[in-house]
Design a binder for this molecule. Sequence first.
Ligand code: NAD
Length: 396
Amino acid sequence: MLNNNFMKDSLIIPDKKIETNKNFPLFNELSQKQHEQIVFCSRPEAGLKAIIAIHDTTLGPALGGVRMWNYSSENEAIKDVLRLARGMTYKSAISGLNLGGGKGVIIGDSRTDKSEAMFRAFGRFVDGLAGRYITAEDVGMSEKDMEWIFSETKYVTGIPKSLGGSGDPSPVTAYGVYMGMKASVKKVYGSDSLEGKRIGIQGAGSVATHLARYLKKENAKLFITDIFEEKAIKLARETGGAVIDPNKIYSLDLDIFSPCALGGVVNDDTINHLSCGIIAGGANNILDNELKHGEMLRERNILYAPDYVINAGGIINVSSELEGYNEQRAMEKTARIYDTTLKIFDYADKKDITPNKASNILAEQRIQSVGKVSTIYSSKSELSNREGEIYYKYRS
Ligand code: NAD
C-alpha cells in the first residue's frame, strides 16, 4: 500500500539545496519534502501509538484523516504519514480550500486493537495541537471511533450529521469524480456529454455506487467489476450496466476507465493492457508511480485526470463543517472540480507536461502566491475568515 513515489516530481521550493546530515535522517526527510512538524503520541495504558504529521500550514490549518493500520514497523508508519500529509497539502491547495495538509496514523489492528480509551487519548493529542491539525475519518476508522475523538477535541471533521457534522462524504466525492470525468470528456471529445460513453468502473463500493447513478442519468454504458461479484451485480442491476470479471476490466475497450477501489492499479503490469481514452476515478494514488506512469499514459494518448483533484469532494465536504455545514454549499464548491480539471489540462498542454505534474505545479503556485499575502500587515478582525477560526467559533 505504500507508494513513496507520490509527487516525487513536484516542486515545492526544492530548487533550494537542502543540507542533509546522516546523523539526522528524520530531519533530513522532513526538510526534503518540506514537512513542518511530526508528533509522536504514546499512551501505553490506552494502547495508543500514533503519529501526526503536519506538512504545510501556509493556507490554513492542516486537515487530513487519521488512518488505523497494522504497520509492520515504525519506519513504515512514518513514511506513510509523511506521504499522506503531503498529499493533503496538494489536494486542499488545488481545491481552493484555505487548508494545509496533515495526516494521522494509529498503529494497530483495526479489527482487534480498538478501544474507547485509545481514541479519546488520540483526541487529546489532537486537541493539544490547538487547531494546527484537524482530523477526520480515514481507512480503518469508524463513525463510532470519530465520536470518541470528538468527545475530547473540537478539531475533528467528518462526524455524523446527528452531531452537527457532514456524515458520509462518498456522495460528494462521487459528484466531484463525475464533474472531473465530464471535464475530461470535454477535453477529449469537445462536448461534456457522457451519453453512450463506455465507462468501466472498478469497485462497486460507496463512491462507485453514487458515481454510477450520475452516469446512468446521462445514459452512459457501464461495465462494473468488484472482487465481490454480488456487489457488482447489484450495482449493475440498478444502473443497467454489465458485470465484468475483475481481471478483464483493464483490457476492455472503453472510453473511460474509472478506478474506484484501490490505488496503484495503473502499474507496470496493467498499463500496456489499457484500451481507453481517459482515466478518471475516485481511488487515491491510481498511478503506481506518478512520474513514470503519468508519462507512459501521455505517450499512449490516454488522458489522466489527477485523482487527488477529482476525488477532492470528500475533503471539500468535511471542510465545509468548519463553516457550519451546508450540503448545498459543499456541492457547489465540489462542482468547481469541473473548471479546475480543465484548467489543469490546459496548463499541461501549454507546458507540454502530464496533467498530474501540471496540477502539482498549480497547487504549489497557489501556496506560494497566497502565502505571500500573509506578509502584508493587517490587524486581524475577530473573524478573519480562516476556516479554523470559524470552526472554533461555532464549536466552542
Ligand atoms: P468502499 O470500500 O466502499 O469500496 C471499494 C470497493 O472496491 C469495495 O466494494 C471492494 O470490494 C472493491 N474492490 C477492492 N479491491 C478490488 C479490486 N481489485 N477489483 C475490483 N474491486 C475491488 O470504498 P469507497 O469509500 O467507495 O472508496 C473507494 C476509493 O475511493 C478508495 O480508494 C478511497 O480511498 C477513495 N476515496 C474515497 C473517498 C470517500 O469519500 N469515500 C474520498 C476520496 C477518495
